[in-house]
Write a protein that binds this ligand. Structure first.
Ligand SMILES: Cc1cc2nc3c(=O)[nH]c(=O)nc-3n(C[C@H](O)[C@H](O)[C@H](O)COP(=O)(O)OP(=O)(O)OC[C@H]3O[C@@H](n4cnc5c(N)ncnc54)[C@H](O)[C@@H]3O)c2cc1C
Length: 293
């Protein structure tokens, strides 16, 4: 039997500013009745309405489960009516309440134009409706938590929701070291975990997000714990590329033990076409998924 696609409408029930630059939006709605989220680092696509729309216009999910057909129908919506699409992480799922939390970085730095997702999150109020696609098993890359002697987690605040779910999902006694870049001390968060976790908060101290070097310098000068490592990296794409290069070339970590995802691109929106470097990154990710020669 073909599965229908995981496309839903979700409604805001609560908005909290958990830190000055992070909004936690809780969503509910009948469409969440059969929602399942049983692993950390679950990614979704959110669809934001255009001005004048009370809900985003989405294609019917259809019964044939064909993602590409659904995406083509989405692309065929006239541009001024087609919802903006952005990627986010399920920060928490509350099945009994049929609710889920998504944390939005309110990332606008001085002089930067606000993206539609951030603009929406800054003004979000109960009742507002978004579309959501996922999480989809087709795109899932489960993180092998606890399979190596220790886990390295590194990223900026856009990765903080995912890092939070990964830290909280660590098996008892599993070791992890996290390097997290945030604007300042007010953006730090606390996590509950059964693991042995060491978190290093890196403050930009007035530098804009995406200014490269902070994460790389911190990881480069770190004394790594002994034993095998699995590394999970996410955040600004260029910063991550140099971090990954360091882990592979200077630390000698096997490329298949490094999971890396560019979550956003400096000076580019998620609507902008991929750059040469993005395409190279996509090719590397594909290669990483292949067995070694
Ligand atoms: C798999 C995945 C999971 C993600 N999970 C989360 C999540 O849980 N929470 C979250 O907040 N983000 C998350 N992101 C990142 C988020 O999708 C991007 O930050 C996205 O660009 C935000 O959309 P926007 O409309 O605000 O900005 P866009 O319209 O895409 O960009 C507008 C401008 O803002 C800049 N910009 C975009 N993001 C940032 C940022 N984080 N910091 C500084 N400048 C930025 C761009 O360079 C551009 O100049 C995730 C991304 C991926 C791929």
């Amino acid at each position: 039997m073909q599965q229908s696609l995981p496309v839903r409408f979700i409604q805001v029930t609560e908005v909290q500013r958990i830190t000055p630059r992070m909004a936690r939006v809780t969503f509910g709605g009948d469409d969440l009745a059969d929602f399942v989220c049983d692993a950390p680092d679950q990614q979704v696509k959110l669809y934001f309405p255009r001005p004048g729309q009370s809900a985003p216009r989405l294609p019917e999910p259809g019964g044939d489960g064909d993602v590409m057909r659904w995406y083509q129908a989405y692309q065929a919506i006239p541009e001024d009516e087609r919802p903006w699409m952005r990627s986010y992480t399920i920060r928490a799922h509350h099945p009994r309440r049929r609710a889920l939390d998504i944390d939005f970085v309110l990332h606008t730095d001085e002089g930067e134009e606000e993206g539609p997702a951030t603009r929406w999150a800054r003004a979000a109020e109960p009742g507002a409706t978004l579309g959501m696609f996922g999480p989809s098993a087709a795109f899932a890359r489960p993180v092998p938590l606890g399979s190596a002697d220790w886990t390295l987690l590194a990223g900026d605040e856009s990765a903080l929701p995912a890092i939070g779910t990964l830290i909280e999902a660590l098996p008892e006694g599993a070791r992890a070291v996290a390097y997290i870049e945030v604007a300042d001390a007010a953006e730090e968060q606390r996590f509950t975990t059964a693991g042995e976790v060491e978190v290093h908060w890196l403050h930009r101290g007035g530098r804009p997000a995406g200014a490269r070097g902070l994460l790389l310098d911190a990881v480069r000068s770190a004394d790594f714990p002994p034993g095998s490592v699995f590394a999970w990296l996410a955040g600004e794409a260029g910063a991550l590329r140099s971090l990954r290069r360091h882990l592979l070339a200077e630390r000698g970590i096997d490329r298949r033990s490094v999971d890396f995802t560019g979550y956003w691109r400096l000076k580019l929106t998620q609507d902008d076409a991929p750059t040469e470097e993005d395409l190279a990154e996509a090719r590397e990710r594909l290669a990483d998924a292949q067995p070694n020669d």
